[in-house]
Design a protein around this ligand. Structure first.
Ligand code: PYC
Length: 323
């Protein structure tokens, strides 16, 4: 079993599960020791160092699955924020997570902790504001996003030359239109293989974000299938699983690329369809520093309240790491 000899497990962890436009989020309410740090980035590092076994135990099989994004709630670091949140998945930790932020807001509403209005979430990459509407939809005002590099070429073994744009939307993305197969749900396994090959080629070629950060999300943009959408995507996430939603940080990165190419202006409504057929609506504004601020609107639904148990005699209590 891949469990550290010193790993300790609580008896119980309480979670609330939801899905945002098809993509699951598991919010950890209590039972998990709080990570230490004055900033959310420090807390995320502390979580990686001291509680990585809990990440696996909470989101990997047998309690979870590869698609789930976990969200640990912490006290906020800014006095006017509602909560801190650290997102994690089957493989690693995320800077931000758009679908996850929408799931957190709807979970807090479900628990009676927030009402329609503005909610502020502190994340490791900055504070995100969310507007919860009376109809249950949530609009995230994301961290500043930008297009870092356009028309980046990478040779992908078995596929050939792939050209894409590198952009930041709260995570780093390589966004391409190149796809050897149609972007439809029945091709999800093959699209996962293709995007993983692009991910591996990008790593091998040393292509990174603006300050050498690894690019860990690959997004294919294709023609929409819905009449009310502008584009359909397939997004490979950092844990190797694909996003069932249109990906909030991926849509943010896409908006920054479209703006850099002069294909949208500030305020243009962009309707991003997912591989599952669900939709986010996004648009850009600028802040006082002239940075691009993506706004992403979608809806989440609570699916479960659960108590996770950690039987000391269970050989798989620490989860089964993803293959
Ligand atoms: O919605 O930003 C997002 C996201 C990232 C990974 C999975 N979902």
């Amino acid at each position: 079993m891949a469990e550290e000899p010193t790993a300790t497990f609580p008896a119980k962890i309480h979670v609330v599960d939801s899905h945002t436009e098809g993509e699951p989020t598991r919010v950890v309410l209590d039972g998990w020791p709080q990570p230490r740090g004055a900033t959310m980035a420090e807390r995320s590092d502390d979580m990686r160092t001291h509680f990585d076994h809990l990440r696996r135990a909470v989101v990997c099989e047998p309690r979870g699955n590869d698609a789930i994004v976990g969200a640990l709630l912490t006290p906020p670091v800014n006095p006017d924020s509602t909560t801190g949140v650290i997102f994690f998945n089957n493989g690693t930790y995320l800077g931000m997570c758009g679908h996850g932020a929408i799931g957190v807001v709807r979970t807090l509403q479900h628990l009676g902790r927030v009402q329609p209005g503005t909610i502020r979430l502190d994340t490791p990459v900055g504070t995100v504001s969310a507007e919860l509407s009376v109809d249950g939809s949530v609009t995230i005002e994301n961290v500043p996003s930008f297009c870092h590099a356009r028309n980046v070429e990478v040779q992908v073994p078995g596929i050939g030359l792939v050209v894409g744009d590198v952009a930041w939307g709260g995570n780093w993305f390589f966004i391409t239109h190149s796809t050897p197969i149609p972007v439809v749900a029945s091709n999800a396994k093959e699209l996962t293989r293709v995007t993983q090959a692009i991910q591996d080629a990008i790593n091998a070629a040393g292509i990174t974000g603006a300050n050498g950060e690894p690019i860990d999300h690959i997004e294919i943009s294709a023609a929409p299938t819905r009449a009310d959408a502008d584009c359909r995507n397939f997004v490979l996430c950092s844990g190797g699983e694909y996003d069932r939603s249109p990906c909030g940080t991926g849509t943010s990165a896409k908006l920054a690329v479209l703006y850099a190419k002069g294909e949208i202006t500030l305020g243009t409504r962009w309707r991003q369809e997912s591989i599952s057929g669900s939709l986010f609506t996004g648009w850009l504004t600028t802040n006082e520093r002239g940075e691009l601020i993506p706004h992403i609107r979608g809806t989440a639904y609570v699916t479960a309240e659960a108590t996770l148990l950690f039987d000391p005699t269970d050989p798989f209590r620490g989860g089964i790491p993803s293959a």
